[in-house]
Design a protein around this ligand. Structure first.
Ligand code: ADP
Length: 493
């Protein structure tokens, strides 16, 4: 890693690690909270279920009480107004009038003339309801009269807690609270577990609800609680989206940081390369300008204009330098224009074979390079912009000539590969080091050690043209051995 990037990389790593640690902290906290919530929710659900279950039994007991009080062979009911004018009912044992109790209720003031009074049933209904609310619902059986207490107590014993019903009710209550987890009931004679039993149970069942009283008198175990093994499933189901969200967040932050760093690094490299390019190009611009300037000055100052030989020479120099300048300007212009050139592409059927032959012909007289050209393709036409395709191929052939030193031989082949026409250019030149290979198609990039003049624009131009034509390019190179560049365009049939 480059030295400049250690600091931003370190900062990003610290930030991402921080984000991860915070997420872990919050998720752990939340996980713990869901466990507490589980405890609260199952307690509430259990209380509701127990109430509903005992409510159902109390409905039957209330009805039994009503039946019992209706029995005129067992129970006498009399009404009397007390000093405050309130109606009081005396309910007594037929066989023992001392075994009795009184009962009154706000708003209840029917006067009973005899046991067969029609209002007796209304009074009894009110008495049974009051008994239920005051005692049965609180799990108490009160002996107001001996025979009534005995009767209700026997009934209560016969309506023992129905664990099957409680189980169903409890499951429903749990479901309402999004809890689906198995449980067992535990009967205990106290409303809290003794230390010994607690130890062994707590090992297995990590969540135990409060104990609620029941009418279960058998073996004096009349408190019931529900016990759950670890609520991991519930905790996970409550935290999974949070976990997933965090994971996605962390991945997004990591990817964006990576891209950010990569973009910064690329921008930095590009700006360095651009600076180099500007330095190079201004130097290149200056030389022909200075030469032409000197030539004109010479013509002017030394009256060389009178000497046709000198004039011709100076003009020739000026023309050559201006041509070089124009060539340079064209190259720079081309580079800035080709990126948007796709709209202006003139699409036609292009004969690549002729293009390659033309390029070879322009190069041959100027260099000592030996060109070996083989057209091995069946069909050498592509669809595209002729000028751009010409320039693209020319850059590769030009480089093969430029970057060769002794006895240069350039082998050019046209091949069919799948549905592409491939132009392969092989040279025996200086080659390219592996570490530089990935960059040679970048704009303004030049292999640092190269002594050949250039601007790092040729291959980036070729790459852009190939890509705009939906083709591909590849390079194989060995330092000191030579390079093979292949560029391909979709062939038209
Ligand atoms: P330029 O030739 O103007 O420098 P290019 O974009 O054409 O720019 O090439 C980029 C770099 O790739 C060159 O600087 C050169 O070092 C290297 N290169 C390109 N073609 C070859 C080749 N055939 N042999 C060796 N090096 C090459």
């Amino acid at each position: 890693m480059k030295k400049d990037f250690r600091v931003p990389f370190l900062i990003c790593s610290i930030a991402i690690t921080g984000v991860i640690l915070f997420q872990i902290f919050w998720i752990r906290n939340y996980y713990q909270i869901t466990r507490d919530r589980f405890g609260r929710e199952v307690n509430l659900a259990f209380e509701d279920a127990v109430k509903r279950e005992s409510g159902l039994r109390n409905d039957s007991l209330e009805q039994s009480m009503f039946t019992f009080l209706s029995d005129t062979t067992q129970i006498n009911i009399k009404s009397e107004k007390n000093k405050e004018g309130k109606t009081v009912y005396y309910i007594s044992n037929v066989k023992n009038s001392l075994d009795s109790y009184s009962f009154s209720k706000d708003g209840l003031d029917f006067q009973l003339s005899s046991n067969s009074d029609n209002n007796r049933s209304k009074v009894i209904r009110a008495a049974a309801q009051t008994y239920r609310i005051d005692f049965l619902d609180r799990h108490i059986i009160r002996y107001f009269t001996q025979n009534q207490g005995k009767y209700i107590s026997e009934k209560a014993n016969s309506f023992r807690i129905d664990t099957a019903r409680l189980r169903t009710l409890f499951r429903l209550e749990l479901k309402k609270r999004d809890i689906i987890q198995s449980f067992v009931f535990n009967f205990n004679k106290e409303d809290t577990l003794s230390l010994n039993s607690w130890d062994s149970l707590a090992k297995k069942y990590t969540v135990i609800t409060n104990a609620f009283p029941t009418y279960e008198h058998k073996k004096e175990l009349n408190y019931i609680s529900a016990m759950f093994t670890s609520p991991k499933g519930y905790q996970f189901s409550k935290t999974k989206y949070l976990l997933l969200g965090s994971l996605v967040l962390i991945i997004i932050v990591s990817i964006s940081s990576f891209y950010l760093l990569r973009t910064i690094s690329r921008q930095k490299k590009l700006s360095e390369i651009k600076n180099d390019f500007i330095n190079n190009i201004t130097h290149e611009f200056k030389t022909p300008i200075a030469t032409v300037y000197n030539a004109i000055e010479a013509l002017d100052d030394f009256n060389a204009i009178q000497d046709p030989v000198k004039t011709k020479r100076y003009l020739k120099i000026s023309k050559r330098e201006l041509e070089r300048l124009s060539d340079l300007v064209n190259k720079v212009l081309n580079t800035s224009l080709y990126e948007n050139a796709v709209d202006a592409f003139k699409i036609e059927k292009v004969d690549v074979d002729t293009i390659v032959k033309d390029i070879i012909q322009t190069h041959q007289p100027l260099s000592a390079t030996v060109f070996n050209y083989h057209n091995l393709s069946n069909y050498h036409f592509v669809k595209g912009d002729k000028t751009h395709i010409y320039n693209g191929i020319n850059n590769v052939i030009d480089n093969a000539v430029k970057y060769s030193e002794e006895n240069p031989v350039v082998r050019i082949e046209l091949l069919d590969e799948d549905s592409f026409l491939v132009i392969s250019v092989k040279d025996n030149g200086i080659g390219i080091e592996k570490e530089n290979l990935p960059f040679i198609f970048d704009k303004f990039y030049r292999v640092p050690s190269t002594r050949v003049k250039g601007y790092g624009l040729g291959l980036s131009y070729t790459k852009a043209i190939v890509e705009k034509h939906k083709g591909w390019y590849k390079v194989y190179s060995e330092l000191g051995e030579g390079s093979t560049f292949s560029i391909a365009f979709p062939s038209t049939i």
